[in-house]
Design a protein around this ligand. Structure first.
Ligand code: ZN
Ligand code: ZN
Length: 264
């Protein structure tokens, strides 16, 4: 199988002891491309993903301020991010969005950072990676107001909604990335959302080191474990894992990698 981990935090200190081995295991498991989310510990450092991408051929990067750190952003953050968004290995802006579950930053600051970063992504013509938790209504509202449906696209990462939210995301032209949650016994609603999502809008991710799929639930997650998520997702959808792997890898490439220009 040829898989893409569309969302991992490879910079996390939990990988300090064995980061190279983690990447090797991912490659050995068939993960040919990893998107290193660059949010790190928040501003002023925006290069957590870029540093990894610059040192590994298989690693791509995002830049972004996570809603948890929205309160740390300054005008200098946005100036620097505009510059970094043009980096050749930066393929997305994220993860950005709203987290009203933890409320680590004031909601007003979260909304302002989300809007600012949508404009940076639109200018750079790169898709956004959306994090939303306990904030569906505000997320839809801000996307509708600030993210053009005909723009560079976006990914609802670690999709944790049900069929209704999935349908809305698909209608808005977004992709849905499913992770370890689809392997959890009680996640019927999320699995139903995954089953109803059209194949051409599906992505897979680990969100490593968080949210390890069964049978590693509760342990440190790593990109190689994505194989188990794909297996479980394929089973729920009644499709061979190879089909799902090929489709999600193709979807990621169309969304995030520069496409050769045609004549049309
Ligand atoms: Zn997230
Ligand atoms: Zn994440």
């Amino acid at each position: 199988m040829n898989l893409v981990d569309s969302h991992c935090h490879l910079d996390d200190p939990q990988f300090d002891p064995d980061r190279e081995a983690v990447i090797e295991r991912a490659l050995a498991a068939g993960v040919t491309c990893l998107l290193a989310i660059g949010t790190g510990n928040g501003p002023p450092d925006l290069e957590a993903g870029i540093r990894l991408a610059e040192n590994h051929g298989c690693v791509l990067a995002s830049v972004g301020v996570h809603p948890h750190y929205a309160g740390k952003a300054t005008p200098e953050t946005w100036r620097k991010m505009r510059e970094l968004a043009a980096h050749p290995k930066v393929v997305a802006v994220g993860e950005i969005g709203l987290d009203y579950y933890y409320d680590n930053s004031p909601r007003e600051a979260q909304r302002a950072a989300f809007i600012e970063q949508m404009s940076i992504a639109a200018e750079a013509r790169k898709p956004i990676v959306i994090h939303t938790r306990d904030a569906w209504e505000d997320t839809w509202r801000l996307l509708e107001a600030h993210w053009p449906a005909a723009g560079p696209g976006g990914i609802v990462h670690c999709f944790s909604g049900g069929p209704e939210e999935a349908g809305r995301a698909v209608d808005m032209g977004l992709h849905l990335a499913f992770g370890g949650i689809v392997t959890f016994p009680k996640a019927d609603k999320v699995r139903e959302a995954a089953v109803r999502t059209p194949l051409e809008r599906l992505l897979v991710e680990t969100d490593a080191p968080y949210l390890a799929p069964a049978p590693w639930r509760g342990k440190r997650n790593e990109p190689a474990f994505i194989v188990e998520t794909v297996r479980r997702l394929a089973e729920a959808r009644g499709e061979p894992p190879e089909i799902l792997a090929a489709a999600t890898t193709g979807n990621f490439a169309r969304l995030c990698l520069p496409q050769p220009r045609g004549n049309g």
